[in-house]
Design a protein around this ligand. Structure first.
Ligand code: TMP
Length: 234
């Protein structure tokens, strides 16, 4: 566990099946918090802008084939590179070095500690849910996520795979298939714990937005009061 700060931001993660409305709700939440004067950023995984992210994107678009374990590790690497050590600590050297250096601090951690709330569209839970739905061992799937920052709040936008499919808009991406999404839903169920906030994603957009805001503001308050940051898996 990291040291606490009296005014840190919250790490909020939104999870759910494809077409559950996560991305548009992340956008609405970001806009609301920003307008309220909070320091907030909107992140998403996979982040397709990095080199690793481009490999993931090509895999998802069926333009390249990769072993299930290999793509799992790439998704994880994509989170590690965004946790990323700050360049100001680039002088941080190996443990054998004699110089006194500050411990490395991550970009994500630094943002949170400086008071910025991060709204993250998908995180390690997507990594584990989608890969274990392919049959990979769940503990193996969790292992490369160990040490990433644990979210302060995981919101699961709950929708049945059938209802999500009815929403249309399934693109050509690899995982956007009903049968596979059913398996992913099962994996998410086994990952969920009582700390997750589950919101019925079939409610009206406004109602989902309202419930999401309430949960997030409540969590932000707890973080503001000094809840310490922790690491996966708790
Ligand atoms: P997106 O549609 O939210 O951009 O996500 C792309 C797909 O990648 C989506 O079907 C979920 C899947 N995914 C994984 O399989 N593992 C991961 O770690 C993440 C973040 C997403």
């Amino acid at each position: 566990n990291k040291e606490s700060s009296s005014s840190r931001g919250a790490l909020i993660v939104l999870e759910g099946l494809d077409r559950c409305g996560k991305t548009s709700q992340s956008g609405k939440l970001y806009k609301y918090l920003d307008e309220q004067g909070h320091s907030v950023e909107s992140w998403r995984f996979p982040d397709r802008n990095t080199g690793v992210g481009q490999m993931i994107s090509s895999y998802l678009a069926n333009k390249s084939q990769l072993d299930d374990h290999a793509i799992h590790l790439l998704f994880s690497a994509n989170r590690w590179e965004k946790r990323d050590y700050l360049s100001e600590f680039s002088t941080w050297s190996c443990p054998q070095s004699t110089g006194a250096h500050p411990p490395p601090t991550s970009l994500m951690e630094e943002k949170l500690k400086s008071g910025t709330t991060l709204i993250v569209d998908r995180y390690s839970y997507s990594g584990v849910a989608f890969s274990s739905a392919k049959g990979l061992d769940i503990e193996w799937c969790k292992a490369p996520e160990i040490g990433l920052l644990a979210p302060d709040l995981v919101v699961y936008l709950d929708i049945s795979p059938e209802k999500a499919a009815e929403r249309g808009g399934y693109g050509d991406e690899r995982y956007e298939q009903l049968e596979f999404q059913k398996k992913v839903a099962g994996s998410y169920l086994s990952l969920r714990d009582s700390s997750w906030k589950v919101i019925d994603a079939t409610l009206s957009i406004e109602d989902v937005e309202k419930k999401l805001r309430e949960a997030v503001l409540d969590c932000m308050m707890t973080c503001h009061k000094g809840k310490p940051l922790s690491q996966l898996w708790p």
